[in-house]
Design a protein around this ligand. Sequence first.
Ligand code: MN
Length: 597
Amino acid sequence: MDVDAGHGAALGRAPSTAPAEITLSQRLRSFLSFQGNDDDPVTTLTRTHRGIHPSADAAVLRRGYAIAESMHRGQMRKSGDPYITHPLAVAQICAELGMDTTTLVAALLHDTVEDTSYTLEALHGDFGPEVTHLVDGVTKFDKAFYGKAAEAETIRKMIVAAGKDVRVLIIKLADRLHNMRTLGARSPASRARIATATLDVLVPLCDRLGIQALKRDLDDVVLYHLEPDAYARIEEHVRNRPGWGEYLADVTAKARAAMRRSKVDAEVTPRPRHFYSIWKDTVAGGHKVPFDLPRIAVIVDGPDTDCYAALGAIHGQWRPVAGRFKDFIASPKNNLYRSLHTTVVGPDGRLVEVLIRTDAMHRCAEYGVATNYRYPRKSSDAGEAPGSDQLTWLKRVLDWEQDTTDSTQFLASLRCDLSEAQIQVFAHGHTFELPAGSTPVDLAYELSPDKGDQCLAATINGRLAPLSSQLRDGDVVEIFTENDGHVEVEPTAPRGPRREWLGFVKSSQAQMQINRYFAEDNEPGISIADKVKLGRATIGLTLRKHDRGLASEVPLRRLADDLGYPDLETMLVAVVERNLDPDVVVEQLIALVDHPD
Ligand code: MN
């Protein structure tokens, strides 16, 4: 069992150092600079990669580095370091995650096409279609598009690319991690802005993809920039915990003995919390000093049921704290995290947290969708590939991405879908997970678009309730539609979705379906304002066919002017009334943006 491979070893730092033992100056140095101690800068990368994938091709890594280095030569980062240190560090983060050679080559070259004279065609000739496809996916949105929506559009583009190949997203996350670690050269305001944007979408995305090994590092670097004082306090606390090491060693030894007595084959190790997690508990509990309980992990070598045997052994050794036991094996988290959590009264009456999981659960908890790259499956392995459910989620995001015309709305929906607060409700014999604050209408659309459109009434825990009621965790809900027959509805009651629903639905699925209903079915009698909206959406959709988006209305207004319309709104109405071909608008728009003169 290689429980310690990458376990607790923060990415981008020396893998042999446990985060808790890192001193402040070491940590700062690893944040602020690239650590390469060999003469050949690719050696560390190759060594890390070969450590996980012994038969990997190192020559292609060297070739990728050589081209990236020569293309970026002369370019500097804001810190004053040569630019090549950045792609090399990004590749190193991917290597420590256990990604494949193709990902590492793409990581080395990820900024060449955008920032140097190297073209996608040249890349294709040198490294083939796979690397090209990854680099293209990571390449940022056209620089011609600017402003607030540019970030939204970048993320949209990235997720579309990740749906085809999740490695795109992993390179992007590693890219952001390294950029965040090297923000030191920027103003506090711009550091806070970038850190907030990361916390907003990329961290939840990383969480949903189940890559805890990467999320921990993103969390900590976000905290470092957003709450520097709190970070320093926790740093000080972690550095100076008298007797902590001895106490954990004692607990670990006793837990191991308990496992042996119960004949459970398991490895027990101390499992320090990362800084962000300490900070979150400190703030949540309103504590004055950092709140941090000693924690151990029990990784059992056996079937899932052995976890419960290990739990019995722990609870037999130390009294459990009531209300602190959680069974994420029977009810996995929405990112498929599985483990048992408990808190016990350990030696000297001190509270100790215990995580219990199998080796397979541990791998998935650490690497999520990246698990299959780190531990390639043999053809003899049975069952579903770990991480495939996270991919299902990504595919679902892509489905509604197709229906969303503007990237800001897409991002808002994505954020809602990613929000950590989720509730579970029971309906029609199944369990459904919905964003917190969801209503029976959200549930109806989750059941099917038709159920949503035809939804008339609902009961919550057996009682008739308004469609706008907020559901709570554990509610049993039943949805009634016209076709159910046995529900009494006044003949005058309105049929079909109502606009008011948009005011209370929470899930992206429901929002999208209701919007679509009104866009398609209610065209007669449509107001000018709606036509303008629809026109804008049509242009957005057509742009997207060309893999473009619009971050500002300026070019659109200029085009309306060029085409002789009194204003933009009139042009948009012309598109809806089919007096103006949206393809023509978009062609001219792209020409206008790409060649402003
Ligand atoms: Mn980059």
